[in-house]
Design a protein around this ligand. Structure first.
Ligand code: XBP
Ligand code: MG
Length: 252
């Protein structure tokens, strides 16, 4: 029986990467006097690595190997803190709205008594800032668990963050559905045993989503139908009834 919805954040709740995180990284680099600049194409390549600190390390080792030295790990931690300060500022200016259907589905799920959680590789402060500036500060309490960032040893595509959320909620994977946007995300949720609904975005539309239960353009709205890109869903938008029937079809 479907009991809980577990949401990824970046790319799923909101399209945060191109115009949010990427801009914040570049501003942090400039403020620190670094000549690093992640344009849209390069950032799309770097998104293969989840976690900002891991992403900066990957960038250095693959694009600026001669700049790597043993002070870098600490400098990257400081850069990440600076970037998070800038990113949460961007969110406070209302620059990044929730994706289509997200607010509606969250309210419907709460009214239907479904339990809610978040499983993300982003920094916890980024999650509370996004929720506060889109749904209001009280919405933080709507999610029983906000599993985020360094709370687990291995980030997505490892299953750790979803396993952490399931353990905290004392739920079986088969009681839940996960909402994701990327290859790393569907791998993480699937390895934790959770059936996954994908909503694609500009950066992830060509990812391999083969383990997903269904791949959609977005969650849709009554007056703005979604497109089903893979899998079966006869409804025009994702509501609780659609999720219950998807869950029943996929949970043996
Ligand atoms: C997306 C990520 C994060 C963000 C940047 O997380 O991989 O690293 O790109 O945030 P998810 P940080 O899709 O799991 O929500 O700089 O805080 O890592
Ligand atoms: Mg994501």
């Amino acid at each position: 029986m479907l009991q809980a919805l577990i949401f990824d954040v970046d790319g799923t709740l909101a399209d945060t990467e191109r115009d949010g995180h990427r801009i914040a990284f570049n501003m942090a680099f400039a403020d620190t006097g670094l000549d690093w600049h992640w344009d849209e194409a390069l950032y799309g390549e770097l998104l293969a690595v989840t976690g900002g600190k891991e992403r900066m390390t990957h960038f250095l080792k693959t694009h600026r190997p001669n700049e790597w030295n043993d002070t870098m790990p600490e400098r990257i931690v400081q850069l990440q803190a600076k970037k998070t300060e800038i990113y949460t500022q961007l969110l406070s200016q209302g620059k990044i709205p929730l994706r289509k259907g997200v607010e509606r589905l969250i309210h419907e799920a709460r009214s239907a008594g479904l339990r809610l959680a978040i499983a993300t590789t982003t920094t916890p402060a980024n999650v509370t800032a996004l929720l506060t500036h889109t749904l209001g500060a009280q919405s933080i309490d709507w999610f029983e668990v906000i599993a985020a960032g360094d709370i687990v040893p291995a980030k997505k595509p490892a299953p750790d963050i979803y396993q952490y959320a399931l353990a905290k909620m004392k739920l079986r994977a088969s009681d839940c559905l996960a909402f994701e946007d990327s290859y790393n995300g569907v791998q993480s949720a699937t390895r934790a045993g959770i059936k996954t609904l994908i909503t694609v975005n500009g950066y992830t539309q060509h990812d391999d989503f083969s383990p997903a239960a269904v791949v959609l353009s977005d969650l849709g709205e009554p007056n703005s139908p979604m497109q089903v890109l893979a899998g079966q869903m006869k409804e025009n938008y994702v509501d609780v009834a659609a999720l219950r029937s998807l869950h029943a079809r996929h949970i043996r």
